[in-house]
Design a protein around this ligand. Structure first.
Ligand code: MG
Ligand code: MG
Length: 276
């Protein structure tokens, strides 16, 4: 989720100046979670993990993204949680469903999935007032080896980034892990939308870009919780926004994949909260 504040971009290439598209929705500062707060976030993460797994079982040619959205909302509420995205900044649905060249923030609709699509689902839930935020990309029906490689490499870039998430590291270590891995394989790494701190607010400080320099940026401390979310493209890293005001697509129409997990920084390293 993002076109708002935390996911503004760092584009060193273009020297785009940060502008807040968010107005009143300014992101909260860096927060350190108490043990009790972390427990809420673990539970929110568990809900997200269960809902993701249900969705994965349903993704096949013939189902619409709108049906997936209704099922996700029902599942989240049945588990005693609240969807994070619905109504946030005016977003109309529980999940974001972004197909093929769509990167993030696709709106669920009557669009039917077909074999050969790749679908990114972004999903968040609130428990005890605390959010968890996660995303994955999956092939629909039969996809090509190139599509599968994009998906696998994006997942791997998230894994490498999570390895950097420990007390004493800096946000730039995470950013650099994604960028180094992805660019060495020829992918465009999306700059205009970034990961973020997360807690009582879906989007808190610090921003967690997917491009950056190791050793730079905000220090990671025990008790911080962040959402790390690489978005890799088969072509250019540049993006465009569709007329619906939400859906972000690759500027050249090439395919894109997105993986995200909510992670707690603990003394023993990264604890992934949004995975089973
Ligand atoms: Mg996020
Ligand atoms: Mg997300």
């Amino acid at each position: 989720m993002a076109r708002f504040s935390p996911e503004r971009a760092v584009s060193r290439e273009k020297r785009i100046k940060y502008t807040s598209t968010l107005g009143a929705h300014k992101a909260s500062g860096v927060t350190i979670k108490s043990a009790r707060e972390l427990d809420h976030m673990r539970e929110a993460g568990r809900v997200v993990a269960v809902a993701k797994s249900s969705l994965l079982d349903l993704i096949e040619p013939g189902i619409t993204t709108g049906e997936l959205d209704r099922i996700a909302e029902k599942e989240i509420r049945t588990l005693g949680a609240i969807p994070s995205f619905k109504g946030l900044y005016g977003f109309p649905a529980t999940i974001c469903t972004s197909l093929n060249e769509q990167i993030v923030h696709g709106i669920p609709s009557k669009r039917t999935l077909k074999s050969g699509d790749i679908l990114s689902i972004d999903i968040g839930a609130i428990v005890g007032g605390f959010h968890s935020d996660s995303a994955f990309t999956v092939g629909v029906g039969k996809i090509t080896a190139e599509q599968q490689r994009l998906i696998d490499d994006t997942r791997e870039s998230l894994r490498l980034a999570i390895e950097q998430a420990r007390p004493g590291s800096r946000v730039g270590d995470i950013s650099s892990a994604v960028q180094g891995y992805a660019e060495a394989r020829g992918y465009g790494v999306v700059r205009q939308y970034v990961g973020h701190g997360i807690g009582r607010d879906l989007h808190e400080e610090p921003q967690v870009p997917n491009c950056g320099v190791a050793g730079r940026g905000p220090l990671l401390r025990d008790g911080m919780t962040i959402a790390i979310e690489p978005m890799l493209n088969l072509g250019t890293w540049e993006t465009s926004l569709l007329d619906d005001g939400w859906t972000v697509v690759t500027a050249d129409g090439a395919l894109s994949a997105h993986f995200e997990d909510t992670v707690a920084i603990t003394k023993s390293g990264a604890e992934v909260l949004s995975a089973p």
